[in-house]
Design a protein around this ligand. Structure first.
Ligand code: ADP
Ligand code: MG
Length: 623
């Protein structure tokens, strides 16, 4: 292909879908197109400033980086122009013809037809450049890379319907101009006051000057004036920054049009000096759990006010990947590379400080602003749980931030902390009791809880997928063991023990009979100390995998070895009485199998033979 040719290209399938979605579901937030374009222009200036340190020729004479917003009421266009890094032809194809995130397809699959929900999701998705198509029926980009000749400018144009045009052209100055050809009913954006107020609302804290024409018609060529603050917000003293400033700065970073939930702004001075301004979003981005782990954006590393790179992976552990914001170091060398960041003592210290700041902020929210903490927990609780496993140094702090549903709590609400639990423990109780199942209802209804409940002992109810994995690491909190109510043997007090022994002795023939009838399907049958109302339950060894988890992993194609469970029975239950009384071996066989099968079902294990199970149930009902 001749690289200079005019060509028409198709978008990647996902881009076309996103475009369609964006244009149809962002109506309540149309104006964010401006913020997204300014945010991109600002990124482009950031990139140029950084690259020009090593290669001053890139900026040459033109060292004042800025962003201009221009409009033309007659042509009905709005342009956002920057003298940043610009794009080559390849850049344009890669950056604007593609959506890089691997989560995009999944995101699209997960969308409902509900437009309101969709637009909320899109807000988190952060459509960036494509937001232009919400108000424009045609978008033209003229761009020239900072290192390229005037003759190597590129024009990109599209109506957002699946194809775009690409052409080489001569562009005198480096940088990018994005021009929106407004749709018929979008004239409100052609007014000076409107554009000014949008810049103030969304982009005031962009660190480069944003310039608008002084007079009403915003055509290029007229006198420009800077209308934003254009300083690095985080570098100012805290006392001079209002809450609105903090919120405004968060929004000017792009991608989330909701207010942040909370933030923490700190300056460390000393042998090593740096500033951190870290935000907690109020809602998760769509790809947090999907593509989110590999490709993390949202935490920008600056060195002496110069943006260096997105460095979320280097500056925060994965379990805090929801945090957004800025780190500005005074000491790191400006020629720092990603590799260097990975193994640098200074970076380790900054990272440690970031983790501490975020955990401090979460502690404070949990203590003083319960509603906000509940919002945080709902959005990011499952992500934070990873920290229990991945951050041994902070395990206890992270564990203290966890919230659980509980037998003493309201329905499925996750509101109980481990400290709450410990504060309510009974005299003589030495363990924190938990149970995990596939759903909250299954956990709350576990037969294994019955005797703990009868004794008034609280049990934490876990039902998220990540919980089993987390429990594997979380053995202890503040000196109290965490014990799984479905594993091992319940500790009994002396009176219980005696009762249990008597019951076991009495039931010996019954236990032997069940064991013989079930053969290899169980490793043992014993009298349960867990049960009150139910006839049977499974008892797992401490290291056994929970049956519901084993099932999920098997369904996901993993080879999970079979375990032979211990069956616990409640000899006082009518079913057991009936089994004891019957002389009919076939009926006794049915009953024994049902005892095992219902214990398995309650634990989330699949029925080996559902048809046979149903036949047995029916025979029993009919008899
Ligand atoms: P994001 O900003 O999150 O990367 P966008 O959709 O906003 O996503 O932009 C996509 C990409 O297009 C950017 O990453 C950048 O590479 C490129 N781009 C967009 N606008 C500009 C611009 N004004 N100058 C240079 N590159 C740009
Ligand atoms: Mg962007």
């Amino acid at each position: 292909m001749n690289a200079n040719a005019t060509e028409t290209r198709k978008f990647e399938a996902e881009v076309a879908q996103v475009l369609h979605l964006v244009t149809h579901s962002l109506y309540s937030h149309k104006e964010i197109f401006l913020r997204e374009l300014i945010s991109n222009a600002s990124d482009a200036c950031d990139k140029l400033r950084f690259q020009a340190i090593a290669e001053p020729a890139l900026t040459g004479e033109d060292t004042d980086l800025h962003i201009d917003v221009l409009w033309d009421p007659e042509a009905r266009t709005i342009s956002v122009r920057d003298n940043g890094i610009g794009m080559t032809r390849e850049d344009v194809i890669a950056n604007i013809g593609t959506i890089a995130s691997s989560g995009t397809r999944k995101f699209l699959e997960n969308l409902s037809g509900d437009q309101k929900a969709d637009s909320r999701l899109i807000g988190q998705f952060g459509v960036g450049f494509y937001a232009a198509f919400v108000v424009a029926d045609k978008v033209t980009v003229h761009t020239r890379h900072a290192g390229a000749d005037a003759s190597q400018g590129v024009k990109w144009e599209s109506d957002g319907k699946g194809e775009y045009l690409l052409e080489n052209e001569t562009i005198e100055a480096r940088g990018t101009t994005v021009t929106l050809h407004l749709k018929d009913d979008e004239d409100e954006f052609l007014k000076a006051w409107k554009l000014r107020s949008l810049v103030h609302q969304y982009s005031d804290h962009v660190a480069f000057p944003i310039r608008l024409p002084k007079d009403e018609d915003g055509k290029p060529g007229t006198d420009l004036e800077t209308i934003n603050d254009a300083s690095a917000l985080w570098a100012r003293p805290k006392s001079e920054i209002s809450d609105e400033d903090y919120v405004g700065f968060y929004k000017s970073m792009g991608h989330d049009f909701n207010d942040p939930l909370a933030w923490t702004h700190n300056r460390v001075e000393g042998k090593q000096s740096f500033t951190t301004l870290l935000y907690l979003p109020a809602q998760p981005p769509f790809d947090l759990m999907m593509g989110g782990r590999d490709e993390r954006k949202g935490l920008k590393l600056y060195i002496k006010r110069v943006f260096v790179m997105d460095a979320a992976e280097q500056l925060l552990p994965a379990y805090l990947r929801f945090v957004r914001g800025v780190v500005d170091s005074d000491d790191l060398p400006l020629n720092v590379s990603r590799e260097l960041l990975q193994q640098n003592r200074q970076v380790d210290r900054i990272r440690g400080a970031c983790v501490k700041r975020v955990l401090d902020l979460l502690d404070k929210l949990a203590r003083d602003e319960g509603d906000k903490y509940a919002t945080f927990w709902k959005a990011f609780g499952n992500t934070l749980k990873e920290g229990v496993v991945e951050d041994p140094d902070n395990r206890e702090r992270v564990a203290g931030l966890l919230r659980f549903a509980s037998t003493s709590g309201e329905a499925a609400a996750q509101t109980v902390s481990l400290d709450d639990y410990i504060g309510r423990m009974q005299a003589g109780q030495d363990a924190i009791w938990v149970i995990s199942a596939e759903t909250h209802a299954a956990a709350a209804g576990s037969p294994q809880l019955e005797s703990l409940k009868a004794k008034g002992i609280e049990v934490l109810l876990l039902s998220d997928r990540i919980d089993e994995w987390m429990l594997g690491t979380l053995n202890e909190y503040k000196g109290k063991r965490l014990r799984n109510a479905s594993k091992g043997e319940l500790p009994l007090d002396a009176a219980d023990k005696e009762k249990q022994e008597t019951a076991s002795k009495q039931a010996e023939p019954l236990l032997k009979r069940i064991k013989d009838l079930l053969g290899e399907r169980v490793s043992d049958v014993r009298v349960s100390s867990r049960l009150v109302d139910s006839p049977s339950c499974l008892a797992l060894a401490d290291h056994d995998m929970a049956p519901h988890l084993a099932r999920l992993l098997r369904e996901a194609g993993q080879a999970i070895p079979d375990t032979t469970p211990v069956l616990e029975v409640n000899p006082g239950h009518p079913l057991l009485k009936r089994l004891e009384a019957t002389t009919d071996d076939a009926a006794a066989g049915d009953l024994s199998q049902l005892l095992l099968e219902q214990a398995e079902v309650a634990a989330g294990a699949p029925l080996a033979d559902p048809a046979a199970f149903l036949k047995r149930v029916n025979r029993l009902i009919a008899s």
